[in-house]
Design a protein around this ligand. Sequence first.
Ligand SMILES: [Zn+2]
Length: 289
Amino acid sequence: MKFKIGFDIDKGKNSEEVKNEKTFSSENSDNVENFVYMDNHSSGTVAKKSVVEVYFEDRGISCSYYNDAFDLKLGDIVFVEGKLEGLPGRVTDISYSFKIKLSEYKKVIRVADTTVKGTFLLGGRCLFTKQENALPFEKIRGWFMPYTYSEEEYVIGSDDFSFPLRAPGAIKISKDVGGRGVDYFESGRVLYIELKNNHGRALVKGSRIYEVEFDYKNGEISNPNCECFCSGICKHIFSVILQLNELILIAEDNYPELDIMAGYLAIVNKEVFYGYALSEDKYGALVLK
Ligand SMILES: [Zn+2]
């Protein structure tokens, strides 16, 4: 059975709504200072000062923050300053009526862009797309990390070995690392994989989110490396290889017309997708075939 999910979700307010808000601000001169025009938020709308409650799933706690920079909506993924800097949190409450001492509040410093547009196919525990701009690595990385991706330079040593993607059983790793890699894969910790121009990048959830990179060409994986700085193949890299193999098998059975490993490919864990890209959307389209 085949499913296809095609959708087009634009979380930005439509121009009519934005226009109304601006009109409101100019007609109520007392409130003008409450409206700041934003151009660094994906929705490109106005920001209204607010105090927001943010829930940090990783820590299981909620805290309040002052926001004067973004047009926040319930469910938005935000990053804050202060002790929880660097951790993604979800906006669970917004109040516009408040009086606070600014010195006692930390601020919201970034909102993740969880807008996704494109056609995704179902592939087991994942969804995948061959459309390059549907959900690129840089965007989904911003759902988990505080700053956007920069091409920071790393020195990566490589001993020039490669191995066939389709034979993960032949990879030389310890039983312990292999077992944990299988656990990671089976429990859905591989959140995302992108293959672009023979280069792979992936996000794996361990004690934090780890970035995995590798090269892929003619069925061979080479230069695998991971942020955990283990030498050789770590559990994160191994779990990514297992996830790729599962998707290839599913694609061969269900999408025989598709050359899954040719050209661009992005794979996203279903729960991540539902939890971030769809969770608070009130409109958009899902097409199941
Ligand atoms: Zn690792």
